[in-house]
Design a protein around this ligand. Structure first.
Ligand SMILES: Cc1cc2nc3c(=O)[nH]c(=O)nc-3n(C[C@H](O)[C@H](O)[C@H](O)COP(=O)(O)O)c2cc1C
Length: 205
């Protein structure tokens, strides 16, 4: 099992340091408890006005019809590896409020819910990879997602597997180092562009 802990500039909570988006999954399915724990974390994410404008459609691999339907929504490059996940999830934002007004922070709130889910999953020893590479139109049609709700990402979740089982090109990518821009490049103090602190140049470029 490949571990790729973040090479952080500051100490982080263990799950934040350990999390990374692997493409290799073991064959093992998730238990109902594991899935429910993940969604409980999403449930307790903050949201504007406590609006909770998120919905999730889960397709566990042992629900063959639902899993195949979800898999079909993925772009081929993602389906290639995501077909081994224990479950596929469609994340959906409520972008239009019940009273018809646009929900300006819906995507932000959904992202926070997924972030919570992600950290909880990592703490449970699970792994996941989020994907923008899917057809939102097909997902809407396949899962009868109503107007006012937007499929935003799909998520492949499961237990980490051996990257040796992936196609060769993906194996190489799986071993690529993880990089980030130094925080001083995007945290400003007082005015735009003024770095909040000075730190040695990272290897994030
Ligand atoms: C909104 C979003 C969309 C993404 N879309 C894809 C995707 O379609 N295919 C893919 O392989 N990875 C996708 N990723 C995974 C990112 O490439 C990955 O999170 C990023 O490279 C950082 O790596 P790390 O998560 O291991 O730190 C996506 C991640 C996010 C948050």
């Amino acid at each position: 099992m490949l571990e790729k802990p973040a090479d952080t500039d500051r100490p982080l909570l263990p799950a934040l340091k350990a999390r990374w988006s692997s493409r290799a999954f073991s064959d093992t399915l998730l238990t109902d408890d594991e899935l429910r724990d993940c969604f409980e974390a999403a449930r307790w994410a903050p949201s504007a006005g406590n609006g909770q404008p998120w919905r999730f459609i889960v397709a566990p691999r042992d629900d063959a019809a639902a899993f195949a339907a979800a898999l079909q929504c993925l772009h081929e490059a993602n389906a290639l590896w995501a077909r081994h996940a224990a479950a596929l999830i469609v994340s959906v934002a409520q972008t239009v409020r019940d009273d018809g007004r646009p929900h300006r922070t819906a995507l932000y709130d959904l992202g926070q819910a997924v972030a919570h889910l992600t950290v909880q999953a990592t703490a449970l020893g699970l792994t996941l990879r989020q994907m923008a590479g899917f057809s939102a139109e097909l997902a809407r049609e396949t899962f009868a997602i109503p107007q006012g709700f937007e499929p935003v990402t799909m998520v492949a979740i499961g237990r980490r597997g051996d990257p040796a089982g992936l196609p060769e090109t993906l194996q190489a990518r799986e071993h690529e180092p993880r990089r980030r821009h130094p925080a001083a490049q995007w945290v400003f103090v007082g005015r735009w562009g003024q770095a909040a602190w000075h730190e040695p140049a990272g290897d994030g470029e």
